[in-house]
Design a protein around this ligand. Structure first.
Ligand code: IVH
Length: 673
């Protein structure tokens, strides 16, 4: 082997490591995926020919190694403890009282998200990853080094830009799978006829326990580190200083960490984590409170299973077990039948849950859900509760499998089976089915449409059943007297409702368009169409080609909109609405002439934090120059405006070749228009 080859291999190993770090840890790549792949391919060729150059920390080791027969056991040098749980403020206050009594100090806490993944320990000797192990029972775990090497954000070698690697460093952290990666993973498994994972934690655990690390390499695993085990040749003054040092060595450390917190700060941090939870790209199940100072930690010491200096403040459970009492069929706005599980009511995270959607027949069959089954039910934020899994072992034999009705359960019309977005659905063929009509009215008055507060589910049911609402326009002619006569409708709320109805008559064009409930026309399409045409008349007169020429409007939406407005009955409904006093306000910003603004008719996405203004202000500014601001990046996006800490959208935009503007460039361009 000549020296040139050796040099080339070393240089490729170095730069691939650096680029992988920029991509997976910093979320800030500076070369394209293709360039990276090209370099990796070259390195693989060299290492194949000269195996002695294939060192354990070479980036080529990320793809997996020959399969194992079984996992070796590993005894942890320092036991991996668990944490005591706190479930309410009271529990946390008691934790704090103890700490205060023992240390006499205030403002000493650090708050971290409690990541819902799998704990691992990574051992580095003189900067090189030599062993990875699961937590196991805390004393003994399993050796999963080959698998850990496939996790792209796990450094195979410590970065030594700031500090020299110590002789020994054991780093602990949580291996996770991001929510979006989890969805994709399950989707692929479904398509391949494999069983799906119940949640990202199970998926991460299953992926780490593969005897064949090539299988692990295909799983989208990631890690955040939050602690150390045995360390030789390095000392930390505080937990926060340790995290900073670990970050310097190239480990991903969670960005949402609060330091120097008092007990009041801790309680408000918990509220912030609760609010953050839904929007985070990975699952967290609480907050971990730790005493920051290491000397104080030592003073406080530990119990057998858990330290006295930390506690996990758990979120209230989002999953509970209950019984499926019945499965009923709900008829949607477009006639699609959705089976719904009627549950023995349970309190999940502070809300009573008594129904869960079962999506469609296929889903019921796939999960083999039967009436009478015990089921794990999940509620995530304001999303409709769903069934995670059923407990087959709890079956008594009296459970009844579900059969899709052959007729619409409401109007008894024929049911048609058709394919919608890749899955089969059952649809009631009768467009005047009362159930469909109720849903159309619900949509019409909903928050994003006419926004009639007080016209809830039950009242709509009643009004339709009593014949007081037979078409959209009837909503506007509801009289106070008639309303207060309704069951459960006091006079005061009847007055409030009529007032809300009156107020709702002034409506923007996009909301109006959305309220009509035209197929394939959601909020965003309604906005795009309204931006293009200045009035409802123009939209009604538009041809399919006119509509299709709008950036972001596909052929299905274009023909649905055109079809809707060509229908004489629908035209009559619109006339009636206008006669009843509905006033469509075209609040479309007066778009400047095309040449005036570089953003005119361009699709723009905002991400990250802007220093100069709130995101909503930036959006308003962009819209005023004729831009269409959307929330997700696709190949059709023209610009991505990236503020500080931009994350996955920036990534996606880069891959899609979308033009990226930082805040300064963005402001300069706005000023120019
Ligand atoms: S510290 C002695 N920090 O929670 C300290 N643990 O119940 C022990 N976990 O096994 C761990 N996020 O899997 C710590 N920010 C965090 C954590 C965290 C999640 C998990 C970890 C641990 C379990 C303890």
């Amino acid at each position: 082997m000549n020296e040139g080859i050796q040099k080339e291999a070393l240089s490729l190993q170095r730069s691939l490591t650096e680029h992988s770090y920029r991509y997976h840890v910093l979320d800030d790549p500076i070369i394209s995926d293709a360039e990276y792949d090209g370099m990796l391919k070259r390195l693989m060729e060299i290492e194949e020919e000269f195996p002695e150059l294939s060192v354990p920390d070479s980036p080529t080791k990320r793809v997996g190694a020959p399969p194992l027969e079984s996992f070796e056991k590993a005894v942890h040098s320092v036991p991996m403890l668990s944490l005591d749980n706190a479930f309410n403020d009271q529990d946390v206050l008691e934790f704090h009282k103890r700490i205060l009594r023992l240390t006499g100090q205030e403002g000493i806490y650090i708050a971290e998200p409690k990541l819902d993944g799998v704990a691992v320990e990574l051992r580095y000797e003189n900067g090189t990853l030599v062993r990875a192990a699961t937590r196991g029972d805390g004393v003994t775990g399993e050796v999963i080094t080959q698998n850990a090497r496939t996790i792209r954000s796990v450094p195979l070698k410590l970065k030594e830009d700031k500090l020299k690697a110590p002789a020994l460093l054991e780093v602990r952290g949580e291996v996770i799978i991001r929510k979006s990666d989890f969805e994709k993973l399950n989707q692929t498994r479904l398509e391949n006829g494999e069983s799906i994972f119940a949640n990202p934690r199970n998926a991460a655990a299953g992926s780490l326990r593969q005897l064949d690390s090539k299988a692990t390499a295909k799983r989208p695993l990631d890690i955040f580190v939050y602690g150390t085990g045995l360390v030789k040749g390095l000392e930390f003054k505080s937990h926060s200083a340790m995290l900073e040092i670990l970050q310097g060595f190239g480990f991903p450390v969670n960005p949402n960490i609060g330091t120097g917190l008092s007990i009041a700060g801790i309680l408000s941090a918990y509220k912030e984590f609760e609010a953050l939870r839904e929007g985070l790209p990975y699952e967290i199940d609480g907050m971990v409170i730790k005493v920051d100072d290491i000397a104080l930690q030592r003073q406080l010491g530990e119990k057998i299973k858990s330290p006295r200096w930390a506690v996990a403040y758990k979120f209230s459970a989002q999953e509970k077990t209950t019984t499926i009492k019945d499965i009923v069929v709900q008829v949607g706005r477009t006639g699609v039948l959705t089976p719904v599980a009627i549950l023995e009511p349970v309190n999940i995270g502070g809300a009573m849950v008594s129904r869960a959607t079962l999506h469609n027949e296929d889903e019921i069959r796939r999960k083999d859900i039967r009436i009478g089954d015990k089921a794990l039910v999940k509620r995530a934020g304001d999303v409709i509760p769903k069934i995670v899994k059923i407990f087959e072992t709890e079956r008594k034999g009296t459970e009844i499998p579900f059969e899709m009705p052959l007729q619409c359960p409401v109007c008894m019309s024929r049911i048609e089976k058709l394919k919608l977005d890749r899955s089969w659905v059952n649809k009631c063929v009768n467009a005047s089915c009362q159930a469909q009509f109720k849903e159309r009215i619900r949509h019409f008055v909903s928050k994003k449409a006419f926004d009639m507060e007080g016209l809830g589910r039950k009242i709509v049911d009643q009004l339709v059943e009593e014949g007081m609402i037979r078409s959209f326009v009837d909503v506007f002619t509801l009289e106070k007297e008639k309303l207060s006569g309704l069951e459960r409708q006091a006079e005061k709320s009847a007055a409030n409702l009529t007032e809300a109805i009156e107020k709702s008559k002034k409506i923007s064009l996009p909301r109006f368009l959305y309220a009509l409930g035209i197929q394939h026309t959601g909020e965003n399409s309604a906005k795009l169409i309204s931006q293009q045409f200045s009035s409802l008349d123009d939209i009604m007169a538009a041809s399919v080609t006119d509509l299709e020429s709008i950036h972001g409007i596909g052929p299905e939406t274009a023909s649905a909109v055109h079809g809707f407005f060509s229908n004489a009955e629908n035209q009559a409904v619109i006339r009636q609405l206008l006669e009843a006093g509905v006033e469509i306000q075209n609040d479309r910003p007066q778009s400047p002439e095309p040449l005036d603004s570089p953003f005119y008719q361009k699709r723009v996405v905002l991400t990250g934090t802007l220093a100069a203004m709130a995101r909503s202000e930036a959006q308003a500014m962009l819209e005023a120059t004729g831009a269409v601001v959307t929330s997700s990046v696709s190949a059709k996006t023209d610009f991505l405006i990236a503020g500080a800490d931009a994350g996955s959208k920036l990534d996606k935009a880069r891959k899609a070749g979308v033009r990226i503007l930082d805040e300064t460039e963005f402001l300069a361009m706005v000023r120019q228009s």
